[in-house]
Design a protein around this ligand. Structure first.
Ligand SMILES: [Zn+2]
Length: 193
């Protein structure tokens, strides 16, 4: 039987388990006999050209998609039931309407992406997808400093580019309190707006 169309968005900082959650969601549909397709932006080849690899090394086959979405609809054949897209923050705005197109055609869509960039600002199309989603799952890494739920993933270096692919030697998860202390050199005292 055809699935109900639904948009599920997994968000959080780096190391919060977003790719693992996407794999888990896909595996459950595979067990149910659904035809599943994993996608990822062509920009992200840190670990593998044609796989989604989690930080702890688990991997699934994935098709690379242009960040502008030019080849998006060509990749998705008519018999696909579920599309799962990793690292959505890297895609251009057009991907939002392409995802709408999938939903209108009865496809279940799962996305994973960073909600905030290294500077604590909403990242790319993730906030738009969160607004449109049927379900938003907010995942958390563990704060590097105090062990609370992390909120953001600042850089260890002072590169100001929004996109810098990296690993744990370049980024570290922090909770909100530890982030404010890190960024503002002290927490107690209001900042001028
Ligand atoms: Zn903390």
């Amino acid at each position: 039987m055809k699935l109900t169309p639904k948009l599920v968005v997994n968000v959080g900082g780096m190391f919060s388990g977003k790719s693992s959650e996407l794999q888990r969601q896909g595996q459950r549909h595979i067990l149910r006999g659904h035809k599943v397709l994993f996608l990822k932006p062509r920009i992200d080849n840190r670990y593998s050209e044609d796989e989604i690899v989690t930080h702890d090394g688990r991997r699934v086959k994935a098709v690379n998609v242009d960040v502008a979405g030019d080849d998006f609809l060509d990749i998705i054949s008519k018999d696909i039931d579920v599309v799962l897209i990793d690292e959505v923050q890297f895609f251009e705005d057009r991907l939002v309407s392409l995802i709408d197109n999938l939903l209108v055609n009865g496809i279940r869509v799962y996305c994973s992406g960073l909600d905030l960039d290294f500077d604590g600002k909403p990242f790319g199309i993730t906030p738009l997808l969160m607004a449109k989603a049927d379900e938003v799952k907010k995942l958390h890494a563990v704060c590097d400093t105090c062990g609370e739920d992390a909120w953001v993933t600042p850089r260890k270096n002072d590169n100001k580019e929004t996109i810098q692919l990296g690993e744990k030697d370049e980024y570290f998860p922090l909770c909100r309190k530890c982030y404010y202390e890190h960024k503002f050199d002290g927490f107690w005292g209001f900042k001028k707006c």
